[in-house]
Design a protein around this ligand. Sequence first.
Ligand code: ATR
Length: 264
Amino acid sequence: MKKFLVIGNPIDHSLSPKLHNYWIKKNNIDAIYEKKLLTQNEIKNLMNEFKKGKIDGINVTVPFKKKVIPFLDNLSIEAKATQSVNTIYKEQNKIIGHNTDIGGFELAIKRINYDLKNKTAFVLGAGGVAPSIIYALKKMGISKIILSNRTKEKALEIKKIFTDINIIDWGEVREFDIIINTTSLGLKKDDEIKLDYSTIGTNKLFYDVIYNPSETKFLAQAKNFGNKTENGYMMFVYQAHQAFAIWHKIMPEINNETINLLNQ
Ligand code: ATR
């Protein structure tokens, strides 16, 4: 039986096992997908086990997406460009790190038919997933990206990779068409992102990478002011889908049953 893992800290909240095991069963694959709570000094051992063939694939989540990189043999173009790995697989006995968050976000935006051409994006947060969002926005032809993070130094680090983005102070707002929350603010019920929603205007797209809760205060307030909203749920489904395709060479159908599965 093949073995797959999602590693992170914390990891309890992860819905990846539910989705992957559902697709594994649907496709009669002899495999199991489990979650594993890890500390940083355990990464090396785990990669050794992977190399020995005891594990067949790994998903990586907060806070290890960058930290796993030194233990891998090669990176895909996307993982290299973002310095972020969420999917690990083996190819000709080499451990490869890849990033399916990019494709996940891209497909989630395409699914709602939102055209990014000639648009300005305002990205909140400079944590683990921010470079993937920026990479995807650029790939889809966005014309301008503004980035703001509470700790400005981290935003400036991202500007070293994507030199044409504009950094503004945390709390400031500029004209935008789409705003994306990549921070962890919203995971807790009372979390709030302080923005002057009344001056932002209507008909913008508010996107939250968070999908649990399904409607953060950020999205609820945006909706009250007449904006479109989208949570990170489909991004999550699509990134899992791409990882599954890499490991099992099968692309399972994404239908209402799949989508509802995770709402239960
Ligand atoms: P990491 O920072 O280890 O990459 P992450 O979960 O990927 O972790 O990112 C957390 C993001 O949420 C960061 O952008 C963080 O801002 P800082 O870089 O200033 O820490 C942001 N964040 C978390 N709590 C926040 C808060 N109370 N106010 C504003 N931003 C917050």
